[in-house]
Design a protein around this ligand. Structure first.
Ligand SMILES: [Zn+2]
Ligand SMILES: [Zn+2]
Length: 128
């Protein structure tokens, strides 16, 4: 009788401790998952904020960019090959933003290079 009671208690205690372990594992798992989610949200927020900051800081550039996209889509503006190397994968580059559809077409490499070295890195060479 005594042994039986003791035995049952021991089983209960073991069962409780197993459950405690499971809960610990579960909460560890949940905290890892929620940390992952938080990191992802933070990354998304950071990207959004960076983009929004850029728009806020460069409204003219952003509007000019939109105007070009719209004009190209509407067929009012035709994409040209890169004015430096002739590659056809190009970005529109603005020398000034007051005339948003006055752009220079540059491939990613030459566009980056132009911004890196300065606006007059590639003067427009007529007939060359
Ligand atoms: Zn190029
Ligand atoms: Zn540019």
């Amino acid at each position: 009788m005594r042994n039986l009671v003791f035995g049952r208690r021991a089983t209960d205690r073991r069962r409780r401790s197993v459950r405690k372990l499971e809960l610990a594992a579960l909460s560890r798992y949940l905290s890892v998952e929620s940390a992952k989610l938080q990191a992802r949200d933070a990354a998304m927020l950071k990207t959004d904020t960076r983009q929004a900051n850029w728009r806020r800081a460069n409204p003219a550039k952003y509007n000019a960019h939109l105007a070009v996209q719209r004009a190209v889509k509407a067929g009012e503006l035709e994409k040209q090959a890169c004015e430096v190397c002739g590659i056809e994968m190009v970005d529109a580059h603005h020398d000034q933003y007051d005339d948003p559809l006055k752009v220079r077409w540059l491939c990613r490499r030459h566009h980056t290079r132009l911004h890196h070295y300065g606006e007059d890195m590639f003067p427009i060479r007529n007939g060359l």
